[in-house]
Write a protein that binds this ligand. Structure first.
Ligand code: PLP
Length: 367
């Protein structure tokens, strides 16, 4: 789940039409309200413009009839399929209602009185969790290539309880070279847990860290069905690691798994051959088309391999986010360490066209 605070969620909910209140007496007004609420282009949460695949949708519908039962058989089937596809043992995989939950549990489980090390800018969920429990946080700036500064992360003393890695990184979309990550994992103190968040890995050419799990009892990898698989609202995430690490997470919430339709959709997604390659190709084409037009006009963009990228707008980015929202194009939040950059999620062709039009209208044709 993207970083949506309870306060912002309440505001968002208040702005939405209450579907339960759509009255038969006023269908036209209700429809107008709904389409007005849907009309802004939503490039703000790194969601998929395509949603669940066709086979996932069918499977999700079929899962509704089974909602009278606890979904444990589906949970095991999903774990078994993922483990087989990845070549790991089934007891090295656990499911959570979204990978954010597993990440939050990891902070609770592995920091204790020790610190958390994170890249900056990056996905804020681990820091937000650390702050709720007074865990000290060391934020290490990305390097000049916008990769993790692995040596600076390793140099933090006393040894942290947890090092968070996001590859590709949210919000930059940039990838850290595999050799650097392997060095980080090999050199991290044995009692420091390295959490590698691979929420966006399917969009990239980066190798997964999952094969490293066998040799590294202190390595945890996170995956999600929210991004390439288009199932953000279905809340299915995975943690992959040796059993002792997974048990430390399960102490918080091991058996509160997602609903049967969500699990069926996730399983169908894994089993749909060609889905990852197709969506990766489409995302790359759409992202690069926009990035190359912005770059040609003089705007600097990050070298993203994810479904989001950042643009340096060379002025306070928050005002640009607001101006774009006024033009019915919602882009991502602003990271205080990069105050002149906006984050743009990759949408479909029509959405990217609307983003570009609004961008050039707000910022001018040339940088
Ligand atoms: N990890 C990263 C890097 C993310 O950007 C997000 C959501 O945006 C998540 C995890 C959360 O994903 P999920 O929907 O599986 O909780």
């Amino acid at each position: 789940m993207e970083g949506l605070s309870r306060r912002r969620l309440v505001g968002l909910t208040a702005a939405l039409p209450l579907l339960g209140q759509v009255s038969w007496a006023a269908p036209a007004a209700a429809t107008e309200t709904l389409s007005a609420a849907q009309s802004p282009v939503r490039l703000n949460f790194n969601e998929s413009p395509w949603g669940p695949s066709a086979s996932a949708r069918t499977a999700m519908h079929e899962g509704v009839a089974s909602c009278g039962r606890y979904p444990y058989p589906l949970q095991y089937a999903l774990i078994e399929t993922f483990a087989r596809q990845q070549g790991v043992a089934e007891d090295h995989v656990q499911l959570f209602c979204g990978s954010k939950l597993a990440l939050q549990y990891a902070v609770h489980a592995f920091t204790g009185a020790r610190s958390l090390v994170v890249p900056e800018p990056s996905y804020e969920a681990p820091v937000d969790t650390a702050l709720t429990r007074q865990t000290p946080v060391h934020a290490v700036a990305l390097d000049a290539q916008h990769a993790h500064d692995v040596d600076a992360m390793l140099a933090i003393r006393p040894a942290p309880g947890m090092i968070y890695v996001c590859n590709p990184n949210n919000p930059t979309g940039t990838v850290t070279p595999a050799a650097a990550l392997e060095r980080l994992i090999a050199k991290a103190p044995s009692d420091t847990v390295v959490v590698v968040d691979e929420a966006y890995i399917h969009f990239s050419d980066a190798p997964s860290c999952i094969p490293l799990i066998k040799a590294h009892p202190n390595l945890l990898v996170l995956r999600t069905f929210s991004k390439l698989y288009g199932m953000a609202g279905a809340r299915v995430g995975l943690a992959i690691g040796q059993p002792a690490l997974l048990e430390a997470l399960e102490a918080f919430d091991g058996y509160n798994v997602a609903a049967e339709p969500s699990l069926r959709g996730a399983l169908a997604s894994l089993e749909e051959s060609g889905l990852v390659a197709q969506r990766k190709r489409d995302n790359l084409r759409l992202r690069e088309a926009t990035v190359s037009r912005l770059s040609a006009a003089g705007w600097r963009c990050t070298a993203s391999q994810a479904n989001c990228f950042m643009v340096d707008v060379r002025q306070p980015a928050q005002a640009v986010v607001k101006a774009l929202a006024d033009a019915q194009v919602k882009v991502g939040r602003v990271w205080s360490s990069w105050p002149t950059w906006i984050r743009v999620s990759v949408g479909d062709a029509a959405q990217m066209q609307r983003f570009e039009a609004a961008f050039f209208q707000v910022l001018g044709q040339a940088a």
